[in-house]
Design a protein around this ligand. Structure first.
Ligand SMILES: NC(=O)c1ccc[n+]([C@@H]2O[C@H](COP(=O)([O-])OP(=O)(O)OC[C@H]3O[C@@H](n4cnc5c(N)ncnc54)[C@H](O)[C@@H]3O)[C@@H](O)[C@H]2O)c1
Length: 506
């Protein structure tokens, strides 16, 4: 089925945060838009909010006044569901309550034409459940926008058990015509983004709970080394800890308590204590007037080595060779099974998911310092490291001086399994793989969704390919061993790809 034509009427039910944003998107694409909200004056307020937002765009010169007024003229307020009868597509963005959504759709089915498409912006409810009592459930589809809808690119097009694929394809094409990045998903808890993103927050929370580093340092590592726009704590503060916790709890409960989604006790304590983030003035950070934002803890400057020996091979070796050359550090290259950089008495290795102290013992390495994954070793301004308990302070100084000479700030973590970026990325990729394995979405959709929905610097599966899937699997297995928790169990799809010698994308 084809995309809706811009002359066709779009109705939006619910004019709150999401509904007003969605109405703006549809009006911008040229559709006549009908906006309805059950709250007294709420639809007008929603339209005023759109008008105010557009006025700012005109002030900034990114929209002209004529376009603004034409867009606003296309948005009409109606005072009852009956006023939406002419719509070709009704998008519902009301309160997140199953019975109320079911009721609204039942009424809409009666009021609108047989060929109307019904869409819900639900974040957490099953599309199949919302459509269970409809007489034409095949015409109901999830159209999951992200907040703020006019800005966030992604729309998840979610099919329930009864949804007609042709209808989903038509709404997919319509969303693309509206300038959005659309992905198909099967109705399942958290759909794609709210499911796959859980480890981004959870691994940060676990690192904090274990005292690996403070919030500012973990955030800086995820931003600088991971390339994420925000670290997990500043992002949770922005989203609201209560909202973020509720999503995790809902996904966890929906998957019948799967340990992969276990909520954080630390986050619960903060929520219970009213530390909700920016909106309550404090969360992981303090937002009181005059409060300083804490800086990450950076290691003091240490002397750098003149030369290092690189053993073995790694997908990241060339980047490190380039950095050493640029910094004037001599390199002797040696064969070897595991990639390691020997620098003075220190042996530097990429984390494989074991604690440094355990790996030093198991692999009989005397002075082991581990380093974390970076999105791009050449451009990262920071690197995270940790040392084995039996490695001396002098060894740590040699490792620190090495990275500093390569132009990096050095963040020292306590000896924690999988460090920070590596364990987060492996867990994101594992969850992405499992979503595919469980037929929630296709291989390309998950990377598109995480980049378009949350501005991730790289899709988790493409990132796992770059790390090497055997290494990702090893990290997960070692994390599982380290914690003795089912949380880190590898997705069958990852295991299969490694066994077959294949990447995710090929
Ligand atoms: N806020 C987000 O970040 C976000 C993101 C994606 C999806 N969603 C989903 O979008 C939906 C709306 O969320 P929101 O944040 O915009 O909520 P909101 O509280 O800002 O707005 C909801 C609006 O719906 C109206 N409403 C409630 N019951 C109604 C009814 N029976 N008929 C007509 N109007 C009714 C309310 O008066 C209110 O104006 C929810 O399903 C939510 O899960 C929210």
């Amino acid at each position: 089925m084809e995309a809706l034509d811009s002359s066709q009427v779009i109705a939006v039910v619910g004019a709150g945060t999401m509904g007003s944003g969605i109405a703006q998107v549809a009006a911008k694409a040229g559709h006549p838009v009908l906006l309805y909200d059950a709250g007294a004056g709420a639809a007008r307020k929603g339209r005023d909010k759109i008008a105010g937002g557009l006025a700012i765009l005109v002030e900034r010169g990114s929209m002209d006044e004529a376009e603004r007024s034409e867009m606003l003229e296309r948005i009409s307020i109606v005072d009852g569901l009956a006023g939406l009868a002419s719509a070709a597509l009704v998008i519902e963005a009301i309160v997140e309550k199953l019975e109320i959504k079911q009721q609204v759709f039942a009424e809409l089915e009666e009021l609108c034409g047989d060929d109307v498409v019904l869409a819900t912006n639900t974040s957490s409810l099953s599309i199949s459940a919302i459509g269970a009592d409809l007489s034409r459930p095949e015409r109901l589809v999830g159209m999951h926008f992200f907040n703020p809808a006019p800005i966030m690119k992604l729309v998840e097009i979610v099919g329930g058990l009864a949804t007609d694929r042709g209808i989903a394809d038509s709404i997919f094409a319509t969303a693309e015509n509206w300038g959005k990045l659309a992905v198909h998903a099967r109705s399942s808890p958290g759909f794609i983004v709210n499911r796959v993103a859980r480890p981004f927050y959870a691994e940060g929370l676990r690192l904090l709970q274990e005292g690996a580093a403070d919030v500012a340092t973990i955030d800086a590592i995820m931003r600088d080394c991971g390339g994420f726009r925000m670290g997990p704590f500043e992002l949770m503060d922005l989203i609201g800890l209560d909202v973020n916790y509720a999503v995790t709890e809902s996904v966890h409960a929906s998957y019948y308590g799967d340990q992969r989604f276990t909520p954080s006790l630390l986050q619960k304590e903060l929520v219970d204590g009213g530390f909700l983030g920016r909106k309550s003035g404090r969360g992981f950070y303090d937002y009181a007037d005059g409060a300083d934002k804490p800086a990450p803890a950076d290691c003091a400057v240490k002397p750098a080595p003149d030369a290092v020996t690189m053993h073995g091979e790694s997908p990241f070796k060339q980047a490190l060779v380039n950095l050493c050359s640029a910094a004037g550090i001599g390199i002797e290259q040696q064969p070897g099974d595991d990639f390691a950089i020997v620098c003075g008495d220190a042996t530097l290795c990429l984390t494989d998911g074991r604690m440094a102290t355990v790996r030093a013992l198991e692999d009989d390495i005397e002075n082991l310092v581990l380093f974390d994954l970076a999105l791009d070793y050449e451009s990262t301004p920071r690197i995270a490291i940790c040392k084995a308990d039996n490695a001396s302070a002098a060894v740590l100084d040699a490792a620190t001086g090495f990275w500093q000479k390569l132009g990096k700030q050095v963040s020292l973590l306590d000896d924690v399994a999988g460090l920070c970026v590596m364990r987060s990325v492996c867990m994101l990729a594992n969850e992405a793989a499992d979503a595919i394995n469980q037929q929630v979405c296709g291989m390309a959709a998950v990377d598109t969704a995480m980049q378009g929905g949350l501005n991730y610097p790289r899709g988790p599966l493409a990132w796992a390919d770059a790390v090497g899937l055997d290494h990702v699997l090893e990290v997960l297995d070692n994390l599982g061993q380290n914690y003795g928790e089912d949380r880190y169990r590898a997705s069958p799809l990852l295991i299969r790809r490694v066994a077959g010698g294949k990447n995710f994308h090929e």
